[in-house]
Unconditional design. Structure first.
Length: 132
């Protein structure tokens, strides 16, 4: 039995230094073919971010919409919405660089022929990082 996998990801990003805005457009494509059929997972995404307070704070928001198909039947429709706020203080890099971020993600999986009921999920995270 053979399995064929095709995976592709595309991203175009732009940063506008003077205004401190950035944006990115993404698209992912995954296809698996084997004896049981074909599975396809794909979708677009967009991210927008901006730095504030002399680049000490960075706010980012993004939306990603993915679709999954199995043997040409829609098996999943998923919308992910994310927001994050990161704080990176200016410190003497001789001893490392700390940062703190807060993130929130809301996932909404819609009802399909295969997925009989819709559901939503919220995930929040706090990250403390120290790099040296």
């Amino acid at each position: 039995p053979s399995t064929q996998v095709i995976n592709g990801n595309f991203c175009y990003s732009a940063s506008f230094v003077k205004s401190k805005w950035s944006t990115a457009f993404t698209y992912n494509y995954n296809r698996i073919e084997n004896l049981s059929g074909t599975t396809l997972y794909m979708g677009p995404g967009v991210t927008i971010g901006r730095s504030f307070a002399k680049n000490l704070l960075r706010l980012s928001v993004s939306n990603i919409f993915n679709q999954a198909y199995t043997n040409q039947k829609v098996t999943a429709l998923v919308l992910n919405e994310r927001a994050s706020l990161a704080f990176t203080p200016k410190v003497d890099k001789k001893y490392g660089k700390p940062s703190l971020s807060l993130s929130a993600m809301y996932t909404n999986k819609f009802k399909t022929v295969v997925q009989k009921s819709a559901f939503s999920e919220f995930t929040g995270m706090v990250n403390l990082n120290y790099s040296f």
